[in-house]
Design a protein around this ligand. Sequence first.
Ligand SMILES: [Fe+2]
Length: 260
Amino acid sequence: MPAFPTEFADLLTPKGLRILRGRDPEACGALLRVPPQRFISLTGVINVRKAVACRDALEEELRPTLTPMEDPIPPESILGMTENYAELLPKTVRVRTALLESRRSRSWHAAERVGLTAMLRSESFAAFASAVSGRTLRRKWGIQVLCYGPGDYSGPHNDHHPEDLEARDGYVDMHVSLATPAVAHQWLIYAKGGHFSEMTPVNTVGGVTVYRLPFWHYTTPLMARPGAEADARRWVLLGTFLDAPRKPERVSPGPRAQGR
Ligand SMILES: [Fe+2]
């Protein structure tokens, strides 16, 4: 039997289910509040025992299929500088990913076997993102799986997509973290009021983070417990959701039509 349930709802605790049903005033609509809040970290929403079973299935089935994704610091960012204090850092990252787009990939088959694809595509997965972000989201969404090992990180970036008409005014990301016990720590650092002043631990088994992008953030290098490097990994299950198109406004019948 696949480790992942068909519906995301079946992983949730009573608190998680309350959020899904729109009955948790603290979490529901959290990313629509004034003053603007662009990020929320939720713990205690996924049943830990079930999360552990899911993580173990990823470790067993998906791990051998992962592909490295690496964008290092370009040497020209130092060597090519001609002006003091004019450094510019493009997005840097080192992580592994499971390629879920191609049905021919080994990752795709492994994800199907453990039931991961079905769960990430389930209505309740999107409904949870919608409840927390407070927005109606498009019915088709992107899915991705990342796996951070020791020293893996993502450098400062903002995930802004100004060239994409549908994303340029903002969109929603939801991440589920599934870390192994060998991870010592990993943090998400993000900007508030123009400074990287906020940090939250992402070394969780079943923690859910929801983002209203774009905003500046980075993920610190994953640190393993001493001597446990070989077993230290944090899996991230991602959904990327565009806002549902606004309904065309109803054409008013106009003053002359009134009363008919
Ligand atoms: Fe990001």
